[in-house]
Design a protein around this ligand. Structure first.
Ligand code: CA
Length: 236
């Protein structure tokens, strides 16, 4: 039993989709706020508090990527799910690169969207930062502050990225399949068989942050047919 309703912000300019989503999430017990254009959406996202933001890409005035980017400059914890156009691989990559937790492609199944929102919220509530330092290669990452311990130009991470690194590190060099990461970090049940590029794109983004040469990873390795392996030391 949750004592308080989770609060969502839905930023979507298509009336039919917006009202459909509001009805569905209210029905599922959420408190829902809405914005029909990017300007209002950005203002609400930056000034009010939400448990999760559902963000359309194509919006009047300010697009969803720009909103995502501006939220992340201020807040690395805010859960965000982008609503992208089907078949737009580039939209998906852009959205996740800007720090969205996940995406769902239109036209989406409402059931799947509700499921993903529930999963992201559940993980977010459970995985509050462990106040620990992650040591990976020469990096020392403060998991509470979501950045490397450096006074000048610290490398910043989203909460989801920290969770991926922390989970992989706990596996002590065991390669972790994509499905397991979806289950353990995003909270998606395996049985749901969710098709998503989320994991791969997050891994690529992490490589750009932690590897000397992201094209020749020494720390975050792909083990063909097995999954992703995190080496805590490049020479190990
Ligand atoms: Ca739109």
């Amino acid at each position: 039993m949750s004592n308080t309703k989770a609060k969502l912000l839905i930023v979507e300019d298509e009336q039919a989709i917006l009202h459909g989503l509001i009805d569905v999430f209210v029905f599922h017990g959420y408190e829902v706020d809405a914005a029909e254009d990017g300007k209002i959406g950005l203002e609400k996202a930056l000034t009010l508090t939400y448990d999760l933001i559902l963000l359309d890409v194509m919006l009047p005035f300010i697009d969803g990527f720009s909103i995502c980017n501006q939220i992340r400059e201020k807040d690395l914890q805010q859960p965000i799910i982008m609503l992208t156009a089907k078949s737009s691989e580039q939209d998906i990559i852009t959205g996740l690169s800007l720090g969205a937790d996940d995406y769902i492609s239109k036209p989406f199944s409402v059931r799947e969207l509700v499921l993903r929102v529930e999963c992201v919220l559940k993980r977010t509530q459970k995985n509050s930062p462990q106040n620990a330092i992650l040591s990976i290669g020469s990096l020392r990452i403060d998991t509470a502050n979501l950045q490397t311990i450096e006074t000048v130009n610290p490398q910043k991470f989203t909460r989801r990225e920290i969770e991926i690194l922390a989970y992989l590190q706990q596996q002590h060099h065991r390669p972790v399949p994509r499905e397991e990461l979806l289950e353990k970090v995003w909270g998606y049940r395996r049985a749901e068989n969710i098709e998503t590029r989320t994991v791969d794109i997050h891994i690529a983004k992490l490589r750009r942050k932690i590897e000397t040469d992201p094209k020749q990873p020494q720390l975050l390795l792909t083990i063909r047919g097995e999954g992703y392996r995190l080496m805590t030391d490049a020479s190990a």
